[in-house]
Design a protein around this ligand. Structure first.
Ligand SMILES: [Zn+2]
Ligand SMILES: [Zn+2]
Length: 86
């Protein structure tokens, strides 16, 4: 049985949500900063912890003052590392 990375307790199938390559309890997959409930693949991460794309991740790690939507944050987590800006 996989263990939830948030609370370290076993995750049963009925309450499981998979994101960041790990299995979470549905209520445990929430933004580390504001506590908003997140959906699988619909959020950002930093150092293995989940954050909502907006406003938390954008405010903490996104480019400042561009005024543009952070489109790259909408990509699935697994694709972000492969994005080339050159
Ligand atoms: Zn949990
Ligand atoms: Zn948040």
């Amino acid at each position: 049985m996989p263990k939830c990375p948030k609370c370290q307790k076993e995750v049963y199938f009925a309450e499981r949500v998979t994101s960041l390559g790990k299995d979470w309890h549905r209520p445990c997959l929430k933004c580390e900063k504001c506590g908003k409930t997140l959906t699988s693949g619909g959020h950002a991460e930093h150092e293995g912890k989940p954050y909502c794309n907006h406003p938390c991740y954008a405010a903490m790690f996104g480019p400042k003052g561009s005024g543009k939507p952070f489109l790259h944050l909408l990509l699935p987590f697994t694709l972000q590392a492969n994005v080339s800006w050159t």
